[in-house]
Design a protein around this ligand. Structure first.
Ligand code: FA5
Ligand code: MG
Length: 446
């Protein structure tokens, strides 16, 4: 059984059972076999699982709106890394090769599955992270860059998860000749001096360890210097973003070992905020495969009008990070729910202006209301993310939190190939009371 909480009334009432198959087909097609995405036509096939709700988000590009919290945050980070290239208009449709293979994701990585990612068809998908653009950006000759974009993941529904969110990828590579390495050392000294004078407490871990190893083709000394440069650059960004309010208490940052297929060593960074450690970003020393592919695949990536050949890129060593803009903006602007970023309500949008961090003033009007739902599932079962997409398509952003309560998989409705009684739980506004919650189990006939 799943429980759906709504902050306001559910406006839709369904009069016929919805098909909750393993794949959701609520998409507008230009002909029987095609869908239109950002003015481009794509054939649909058995892999297609993108929904109309998601397609509608693609043109919005909130990070490019200068007075939107995500646009304000993007500018603030770009001004910190002012001598980096700033990219923010990259098309969201990518090949699985770009999103996964070129970055060394193993064939059985869970992120590839249709329950986790949105596929347009077997050849195209929506990027699940900004790292999907690492290879082409390095291939275009960029050595210090930030790339901001909308990313798409099939995920749970709650106040800190949304199927569309925004990431900023940051990367920097250095030559491994004497001058290149001296450059890293000089930059490390400059950043260390700045951080030493600041009100920041950093819980660090070794740059390299047996469980977080140097890559076989890297000189360990170079890898350590680059990992240190990554840490110092990231800590100074966090100080810029969160250090302002820390007059009494110092900013607390914690580095943790992590694993990503496209970095080694790898780290996650958390900050202490209102007594809780919050994950802000993932990062690491770029895998050699990424830089090798950047050299090899140069001509296939038309990200830049005139790509500069960068034949020596595979001799470089560098770092990359990927940070979640919503997570940071929620803290900086005191925005309590990730769905608010998508609001077109003037009461939300008028609170923000270009280049200013302001505290959000809530204007919500309805109390939370819980709806318990029971339904029959088709043979073969239903993935939770399929159900979440169905709720999104029916209830939009009014559904606040969807959770399994009880043991769905041992439920006696399992394996019954029957229509689902989803329509039974979508109440009109008069039903916004706990007394009207449906019984836990719907009667099974047959
Ligand atoms: C990645 O996406 C990696 N590409 C990051 C990376 C880049 C690692 C470069 C190494 C080198 P991850 O899935 O942890 O990693 O996401 C990165 C950040 O995005 C998280 O720390 C978090 O801030 C944010 N994030 C992840 N999932 C969500 C979500 N569902 N909603 C909002 N923010 C999210
Ligand atoms: Mg993570």
């Amino acid at each position: 059984m799943l429980s759906v909480a709504t902050s306001t009334r559910l406006l839709l009432r369904r009069h016929r059972p919805l098909p909750l198959t393993g794949r959701i087909r609520n998409i507008h097609r230009t002909s029987s076999n095609e869908i239109s995405i950002l003015d481009q036509r794509y054939e649909v096939d058995g892999t297609t699982n993108i929904t109309q709700t998601i397609i509608a988000k693609l043109p919005l590009r909130l990070h490019n709106q200068p007075a939107h919290p995500l646009g304000i945050l993007r500018s603030k980070i770009e001004s910190h890394f002012h001598d980096f290239a700033h990219l923010s208009s990259v098309h969201p449709v990518v090949t699985p090769a770009k999103n996964f293979d070129l970055l060394g994701f193993p064939p059985d990585h869970p992120g590839r599955s249709a329950t986790d990612s949105y596929y347009i068809n077997k050849d195209y998908m929506l990027r699940t992270h900004t790292s999907a653009h690492e290879v082409e950006t390095f291939a275009a000759g960029q050595s210090k860059w930030l790339l901001t974009a909308d990313v798409y993941r099939r995920d749970e529904i709650d106040s800190s998860h949304y199927p569309v969110f925004h990431q900023m990828e940051g990367a920097r590579v250095f030559k491994t000749d004497k001058a290149g390495i001296e450059g890293v050392k000089a930059d490390n000294e400059r950043l260390s001096r700045y951080l030493d004078q600041s009100n920041i407490v950093i819980e660090d871990i070794p740059h390299i360890s047996p469980t977080n190893p140097v890559q076989p083709t890297h000189d360990p000394v170079h890898s350590e210097l680059v990992a240190l440069n990554l840490k110092l650059s990231t800590n100074s960004l966090l100080l810029k973003l969160f250090g302002g309010g820390a007059r009494d208490a110092p900013l607390q940052v914690r580095w943790i070992e992590a694993y990503f297929p496209f970095t080694s060593p790898s780290f996650e960074v958390e900050i202490l905020y209102q007594g809780k450690w919050l994950e802000i970003l993932g990062c690491g020393v770029v895998q050699q495969l990424t830089l090798d592919n950047a050299g090899k695949y140069l001509c296939y990536f038309p990200l830049f009008a005139q790509p500069h050949p960068s034949p020596g890129i595979s001799d470089n060593i560098g770092w990359a990070f990927g940070l979640g803009l919503e997570r940071i903006a929620m803290i900086l602007f005191s925005i309590p729910d990730i769905r608010l970023f998508w609001s077109t309500d003037p009461r939300f949008l008028s609170q923000f202006s270009e280049n200013k961090i302001t505290t959000f003033k809530p204007y919500s009007k309805y109390p939370a209301c819980f709806k318990d739902i029971s339904f029959w599932v088709p043979e073969g079962g239903v993935h939770e993310n399929d159900f979440c997409d169905l709720v999104r398509d029916v209830a939009g952003d009014l559904a606040e939190d969807v959770k399994i309560v009880g043991d769905r998989w041992s439920c006696r409705f399992l394996s019954l190939t029957s229509p689902i009684a989803v329509d039974r739980f979508l109440h009109s506004s008069q039903d916004r009371s706990q007394e009207r919650v449906l019984p836990d189990k719907l009667p099974v006939d047959g």
